[in-house]
Write a protein that binds this ligand. Sequence first.
Ligand SMILES: C[S@@+](CC[C@H](N)C(=O)[O-])C[C@H]1O[C@@H](n2cnc3c(N)ncnc32)[C@H](O)[C@@H]1O
Length: 433
Amino acid sequence: MSISPARAAAFDILLRVERTDAYATELLHSAQFSKLSAKDHGLATEIVMGVLRWRSVLDEQVAQYSSQKLEKLDPEVITALRIGTYQLGYLSRVPQSAAVNESVELVKQARKRSASSLVNAVLRRIAVDKPGEASSAVLRAHPSWLVSKWEGMFGREAAGKICAYDQTVPEVAIRVSGAAAHSELSDAGIKLAPGRILASANRVDAGEITNAAAFKAGRVFIQDEASQLVAMLVGKGKRVLDCCAAPGGKARIMAERNPTASIIALELHEHRARLLRKLVPAANVQVLTADAREFRPEDLFDRVLVDAPCSGTGTLARNPEIKWRLQPEDLSDLHTHQLDILQSAMKLTAPGGRVVYSTCSLEREENSDVVAEALEADRSFHLIESRAALEELAEDGELQWKDLDSLLDGLYLRTIPGVHPCDGFFAAILEKN
Ligand SMILES: C[S@@+](CC[C@H](N)C(=O)[O-])C[C@H]1O[C@@H](n2cnc3c(N)ncnc32)[C@H](O)[C@@H]1O
């Protein structure tokens, strides 16, 4: 029996996500899988992202019917079971026979023939019994330590909203350069809606933006609205430093808003620096492959962005694999790396200059704790109210979101997925005396 290209691709991608640190979205858009037909790519995407979003709930269902403990199953076997269970429970248009038989075949072709009867038996029982989703499913689709942490930080209601948002397919937010690109998109059948937070952002209402010529040519960029907003907080300067710049979403906006500034964009990894150069061709942006902790320029900067490497817990709707990889103890290593980068960046800031420190994490350890420790160690900096920067953006007609209070946590900017229609970002503005 043959396996459909969509299910074969989903199986391959999920195994790679399990065995390496690869991200599902990047694999789905890689050259190998972009070759799939639009229909197969769509189904592969639905299966991959659905399995990653609902993994623990799918495992509970498999465990009810499996004669073997899940920990004992080979990765190929549990992956085929998750793919089958997801289709049976969440994709009503997929015939049950295809969901069951192709998972059995995936296991056979992966040379795990001895497990094929178990996969067949478990999936047939699930197809008949149709174990329903409990009302707490969105919470149970997250590690319990993370949910408890969010309940403590944001309250139960907001934590529930975050979990519910993480289980949805988020809207695609974009930036479009120039009026010509707008009409190009409309001619290509892509329907756009206005941004929900920013006047210069758009949302894709219909059509596959990644297939559009304007996207392929770099006249349209996919970027969450919270990420766009953080780049705008950096404001205007003459010498601007972006410490952690790839793939370059924020650098591009800073270049757009500071056309005469000299901008240096640092990136630790060579391959990511190459991608950054390609995605941000602006003449006033100089890309350097360097460690921000060791960068020693001749002159100081008046605007610095530290968009630090982080856990990414504010982006779980987009990157659901993070919730299964992240361990509570990882937060302390991230904190140390983030603090090192921020403290190095502060040393490169001119008197009267500003550093914006941001992450796409919801965790206090990576956000306010980092900023508080850095300020404690260097008394020549103080915090600036993010409210003032947001009010300026509102006066300029850029910020459209009316409830400014909801975007603030004391002096900090903070977006919460599900409470706001975007990823969860944190930003602090530090000014040197
Ligand atoms: C959150 S991402 C930045 C996203 C980027 N600002 C944007 O808007 O597209 C963090 C980046 O920092 C890079 N990075 C990590 N440690 C670094 C360091 N010590 N110095 C410079 N870059 C670093 C990572 O490779 C990653 O590309």
